[in-house]
Design a protein around this ligand. Structure first.
Ligand code: ADP
Length: 607
């Protein structure tokens, strides 16, 4: 080692002494020529101990060999090298302790050759800060990738390694685009360039649909947030990367669910902005999804109702709860075409990421309303035409009575006046006129009775059916006596009914039972039992019976199975019975064995 070349320029010494950093001056052989007070403090040596020694004294032994080579390299091409340009070095104090240092170098050309000034800074502080930063990075829940302004990855955390399947070493120093599918790389480079022109914090999910690419080439959806990181080497960017595969799947499932729902669904936020719609909503309102999401929900409502809707909406969000369909929320919707239509909606609150959302289920009820209106109109028409018909039947039969009475009266008068003067055939003609007129009277009376059933003047009261039956049998007593009939009666109830109609019902059925039982000693039995909510009556006879094919037909008006000379009648009786039973909310039907008898069943509402 050569004698140290003493730099004796006073101003240079002063300069070195006053430098803020520890500073030493060495020559090409690494011999220390000058040391300032800061260097003494930093390394724990007195100046005299260092002057003339090799600079490697200040470096841990294990680095010394490499350092000498570096030093030679530097002196062969000396230039200014600033602090923190990637050279991480360790210093060694006199007491043997080591510490991280940062070094800047600048060559100094002298007559005696090139010397080098080294400014040395204790890097412990910075090291600690770095360590802290790294720890922070590692503890982040997301994968973190820090890139410089050229898109080179400078730092990555363990989550990033795991997510993309690379070793740290094969990521650091390489362009971030290696983590992106090839087809998106160019586009990403452009985005990156734009970002670095005006770097700012950008949160996750800011509308960026991104894809990551693993080492094995598989792709996965990611979400990214960016924030600028100011370093000594310029502005870098920290990217937090989140794998949203699961979320995407859940979203897809959710969307499929929504799109399969039978009703249109519109999800809105507190401010009324549409957050999501399903396929049915697109169809119903005639807008594509993109034209709806983000807009105010009032766009789907006719203008005149909008301000009221806004108020409703605000008050709903103040007290959000489930409101089912058809609880008075009838609204009008507005289609893209400008057409209005009736809707019914139900509302359900739902908590979103950070706010309450409301899902409105919307049903187009215009068709239903039209059908309802039509049905109501039909029902009204039907009721009116029934009323008209009954009125007509009533008036017609009523007005027929007087002329009929005349026919009967005058033919009787004629018979009286002509007594003894008529030939047998003429006598027969008169009989025929009379019997026809009487039959017609019976028809007219039957029609009148039929038209009166269920009329407005028919009042319901508590009717004791036992008493009604007494009255009926009273009326039939001549027939009963003449025919030697037996009437068997079980207990009958008291129920809410129209008394006159019940009387008529029993009279017709018992009358038929007697009539269609030829021979002497006919037998008719009547009883009733209580069943679910109604009374079940039965009227049995042991008469001629009714064959299967006629069992429905006989309830039609004017339907008879026999000629008048066999069994007289009008064919109105059972039609009246059916109308009465229906008026009381019941049914009538029959069982019969031809030749053995019939059972007429009917029910009457018990309450
Ligand atoms: P009408 O008794 O005036 O003929 P109804 O309407 O009372 O008219 O009866 C219609 C038809 O039903 C009768 O003509 C008869 O053929 C049949 N019918 C009614 N009741 C009985 C019965 N108890 N047994 C057999 N046939 C009956």
């Amino acid at each position: 080692m050569s004698r140290p070349y003493i730099v004796d320029t006073r101003w240079y010494r002063d300069l070195v002494e006053s430098a803020p950093d520890a500073t030493i001056l060495i020559d090409a052989e690494g011999c220390i020529l000058l040391v300032n007070a800061q260097a003494e403090r930093l390394f724990g040596y007195a100046r005299e101990e260092l002057l003339g020694t090799e600079v490697e004294t200040l470096i841990p032994e294990r680095f010394r060999g490499a350092h000498r080579i570096h030093r030679d390299g530097y002196f062969s091409e000396p230039k200014v090298r600033a602090m923190g340009t990637g050279i991480e070095l360790w210093g060694r104090r006199k007491d043997g302790s080591e510490f991280p240092i940062e070094i800047s170098l600048s060559p100094l050309r002298t007559e005696a050759g090139v010397l080098t000034t080294a400014s040395i800074r204790d890097g412990s502080e910075r090291q600690r800060a770095n360590d802290k930063f790294r720890a922070l990075l590692e503890s982040a829940p997301d994968a973190m990738v820090i890139i410089d302004d050229r898109g080179i990855m400078r730092l990555v955390n363990a989550q990033a390694k795991r997510m993309f399947g690379y070793q740290r070493g094969s990521m650091i120093g390489r362009p971030v685009e290696m983590l992106i599918p090839e087809r998106l790389r160019e586009q990403h480079k452009r985005h990156r360039g734009t970002y670095f022109e005006a770097p700012k914090v950008r949160g996750m999910g800011a509308g960026l649909q991104l894809w990551g690419r693993r080492k094995d080439g598989t792709e996965f959806p990611i979400e990214i947030s960016l924030s600028p990181l100011v370093t000594e080497d310029g502005v870098w960017a920290t990217a937090a990367v989140r794998d949203i595969t699961q979320r995407r799947k859940a979203e897809q499932r959710f969307r499929a669910l929504l799109d399969n729902a039978p009703d249109a669904m519109v999800m809105i936020g507190r401010g009324g902005q549409i957050v999501m719609v399903n396929a049915q909503a697109e169809r119903l309102f005639g807008y594509p999804r993109d034209a709806l999401v983000g807009q105010l929900v009032e766009m789907l409502i006719p203008e005149r109702l909008r301000s009221r809707h806004r108020e409703h909406r605000q008050s709903y969000f103040n007290d959000p709860r489930v409101r089912p369909m058809g609880v008075g929320l009838e609204l009008s919707g507005l289609r893209a075409s400008g057409e209005e239509f009736a809707i019914e909606i139900s509302l359900a609150p739902m908590s979103g990421d950070d706010e309450i959302l409301a899902t409105a289920t919307v049903r187009d009820i215009s068709e239903r309303q039209a059908v309802e209106r039509k049905l109501a109109r039909y029902a009204e028409d039907l009721a009116r035409s029934n009323r008209d018909l009954e009125q007509f039947a009533y008036v017609a039969s009523h007005d027929l009575q007087a002329p009929l009475r005349n026919v009967v009266g005058f033919s009787q008068l004629l018979r009286k006046r002509m007594t003894g003067k008529l030939e047998a055939t003429e006598q027969e003609f008169l009989d025929f006129i009379e019997s026809s007129a009487r039959h017609m009277q019976a028809l007219v009376n039957g029609l009148l009775a039929y038209s009166r059933v269920g009329g407005a003047d028919v009042a319901f009261s508590d009717v004791d059916c036992e008493r009604v039956l007494d009255g009926v049998l009273d009326q039939l007593h001549t027939v009963i006596a003449e025919r030697g009939a037996q009437i068997e009666r079980g207990p009958l109830p008291t129920l809410r009914a129209a008394e006159r109609e019940i009387h008529q019902l029993l009279q017709n059925l018992i009358g038929n039972g007697l009539k269609f039982q030829p021979g002497s000693g006919p037998h008719v039995a009547i009883d009733a039992t209580r069943e679910d909510g109604f009374w079940h009556f039965r009227v049995r006879d042991r008469g001629i019976g009714i064959s299967e094919e006629h069992r429905e037909k006989i309830f039609q008006i004017f339907q008879r199975l026999h000629a008048s000379d066999e069994y007289e009648g009008t064919g109105i009786g059972l039609a009246i019975c059916q109308k009465i039973v229906q008026h009381h909310g019941g049914k009538i039907w029959l069982e019969s064995v031809p030749g053995q008898g019939s059972v007429f069943h009917f029910t009457l509402a018990a309450e």
